[in-house]
Design a protein around this ligand. Structure first.
Ligand code: GUN
Ligand code: ZN
Length: 439
C-alpha cells in the first residue's frame, strides 16, 4: 500500500489578525509583520503560508476548512526561557529574599522529585498551565533527580511540545538529600543527553544550579560535558541577589566577577542561558555578547524576591541577546503577559521605556534567537514549526473596553500586556495541533 494519508497532510487554515517578528524592533525598522485580516496556513505541523487573507484565500486547496478567529490575534507561542517545574507547588511562598526562600521552600519541595509518580503529576499540571498561558516552549529546570527529568520529558513528548530541560547539578552547599557528586551528576547528565537530546522535539540543557552549589570538580566536569556535546543547552543562575553575590565572592575570591566564574570554566557559549543577570557590569555584558550567551530576564521573580531591577539600557548598549522568563516558583505568574507587565515597570524604574512591540518580540522571536532556534520556532517564517496562540482582546470586560479604545497596534499590544493573563489565551496550538482551548 502507498503511504497512508494522515489527516495531517491536509492543510489547516486560521483566519485572524496575525502578528510575528522578523527582527528586534529596538534595533530594526520594519521588524514585524501585522496582517489585520490575515491567514495562517499549516501543513504537517509546519507553517505553509502566512499573509493577508485576501491574497492567500485563493491558494487554499478546495475543501480546506478555514477556522475563523476574526476579532482575535494569532501570534507565535510564547517562549519562557527560565522556569522551574518542580517549584510549581511553592509559587507565591513568602520569604525574606532568595537565600531564605531556597532554604525554606525550594529545597524541601524539590526533595519530593525522587518519586517518579509525584514528578509526573506535577509535570502534567505544569505543562497544562504553560499551555493555558500560551507558552509553547520553555527552558526548564528539573531537580537533582534523574527521575524528575524522565518524568518531564515523557510529559512533554506526550504533548509533542518543543521543550528544553535538564537535571540540576549540585554537589555542595545544599541539603544532603539534594546533593549529587561531581562524577555521578556528570554521568547521569550524559545518560539523559543520549536519551533525550533531539529526541522528537525534546532538547537537553546541562544545568548547574549556580556557582555556590557546585564544587570546582563539578564545574570542571560540567564544562567538559558542555564541550563534548556542543549542541546541548546550558542553563544556570547568575548575579540575581546582592547576598548571593557576596556569598559567591567569598567562595571564589579570585574571580573578577560572578559571571567570570562561568567564563573561567568555559561555560559562556551559544545556547548558554543565564537567569537574572541583574548585578553584572559592562565587562560581563560585553563577554555575554561576545560569546553569544543569552539573558533570561525574570521580572516577576526579581520584584517578588526583592532581588533588583534588570538594566535594559546597559544590556542593549552591548546588544546582549535578551529573552523573558517567568522563573516560577520565584516568579509569581506562568503568564508571559503578566511577565511583560512587570518587565515594563522594571524598565520604567530604571528610567527606560519598553514598548509593547519589544516585549512581544522578547517573548517570541527574542526567546527563539536566545536559544539559537530561529527558523525552528518564534515566528511564522515558512517551514517553522506551527506553535501558535490565539489571543482574545475581549477576554474580560475591562480588556474589551480598553482595547475597543486603542488607536494603534502598540496601544492594543500594550493593553494586552498590562491587562492580560491566562484568560486572554483563547487557544494554543503545538506543531499544528490544538493543545488548549479556553472554555
Ligand atoms: N538560584 C539558585 N537556585 C535558584 C532557584 O531555584 N530560583 C531562583 N530564583 N534563584 C536561584
Ligand atoms: Zn531560577
Amino acid at each position: 500500500m502507498a503511504n497512508a494519508i494522515s489527516n495531517d497532510t491536509c492543510p489547516q487554515a486560521y483566519r485572524a489578525s496575525l502578528l510575528h517578528f522578523r527582527n528586534d524592533p529596538a534595533f530594526h525598522p520594519n521588524a514585524y509583520a501585522w496582517h489585520e485580516d490575515g491567514l495562517l496556513i499549516i501543513q504537517d505541523g509546519k507553517v505553509l503560508a502566512v499573509g493577508d487573507y485576501a491574497q492567500l484565500k485563493n491558494s487554499l486547496p478546495e475543501g480546506t476548512v478555514v477556522q475563523d478567529f476574526r476579532g482575535k490575534i494569532i501570534l507565535p507561542g510564547f517562549i519562557d526561557t527560565h522556569v522551574h517545574y518542580p517549584q510549581t507547588d511553592i509559587i507565591a511562598s513568602p520569604a525574606a529574599g532568595l537565600l531564605p526562600w531556597l532554604e525554606t521552600y525550594t529545597f524541601p519541595t524539590e526533595r519530593q522529585f525522587s518519586d517518579t509518580c509525584h514528578a509526573s503529576e506535577v509535570a502534567d499540571f505544569f505543562l497544562d498551565e504553560l499551555l493555558r498561558c500560551g507558552t509553547t516552549t520553555a527552558m526548564v529546570y528539573c531537580t537533582v533527580h534523574p527521575e524528575s527529568v524522565e518524568a518531564f520529558f515523557n510529559a512533554s513528548e506526550a504533548r509533542n511540545l518543543r521543550m528544553v530541560a535538564g537535571k540540576v547539578l549540585m554537589d555542595r552547599n545544599c541539603p544532603e538529600f539534594l546533593r549529587d557528586t561531581a562524577e555521578g551528576g556528570a554521568r547521569d547528565s550524559e545518560t539523559l543527553i543520549k536519551k533525550w537530546h533531539k529526541r522528537g522535539r525534546q532538547l537537553y540543557a546541562i544545568t548547574p544550579r549556580f556557582a555556590p552549589t557546585s564544587s570546582d570538580a563539578q564545574m570542571q566536569l560540567t564544562s567538559e560535558l558542555a564541550r563534548a556535546y556542543p549542541d546541548t543547552y546550558l542553563q544556570t543562575h547568575v548575579a540575581e541577589n546582592t547576598d548571593e553575590v557576596a556569598w559567591v565572592k567569598s567562595l571564589y575570591p579570585k574571580a573578577r566577577s560572578y559571571l567570570d566564574i562561568y567564563d573561567h570554566y568555559g561555560m559562556l557559549r551559544p545556547r548558554a542561558m543565564f537567569g537574572h543577570c541583574i548585578w553584572l557590569d559592562d565587562v560581563d555584558r560585553n563577554r555575554m555578547a561576545e560569546t553569544q550567551s543569552a539573558v533570561a530576564i525574570c521580572p516577576t521573580s526579581n520584584l517578588f524576591l526583592g532581588s533588583g531591577l534588570f538594566n535594559f539600557e546597559r544590556a542593549d548598549a552591548q546588544q546582549v541577546a535578551l529573552s523573558l522568563a517567568s522563573d516560577v516558583g520565584g516568579g509569581t505568574s506562568f503568564s508571559m503577559l503578566q511577565t511583560m507587565n512587570e518587565a515594563y515597570k522594571v524598565a520604567r524604574l530604571g528610567g527606560t521605556f519598553l514598548p509593547a512591540l519589544r516585549m512581544f518580540y522578547l517573548a517570541t522571536l527574542g526567546g527563539a534567537r536566545s536559544m539559537q532556534l530561529e527558523g525552528t520556532i518564534g515566528n511564522f517564517v515558512v517551514g517553522t514549526e506551527a506553535d501558535f496562540i490565539v489571543l482574545d482582546p475581549q477576554a474580560t470586560p475591562l480588556l474589551a473596553r480598553r482595547t475597543e479604545r486603542t488607536d494603534s497596534l502598540e496601544e492594543l499590544l500594550f493593553a494586552l500586556a498590562l491587562l492580560g493573563d491566562d484568560r486572554t489565551v483563547a487557544a494554543t496550538y503545538a506543531a499544528g495541533q490544538q493543545v488548549h482551548l479556553r472554555k
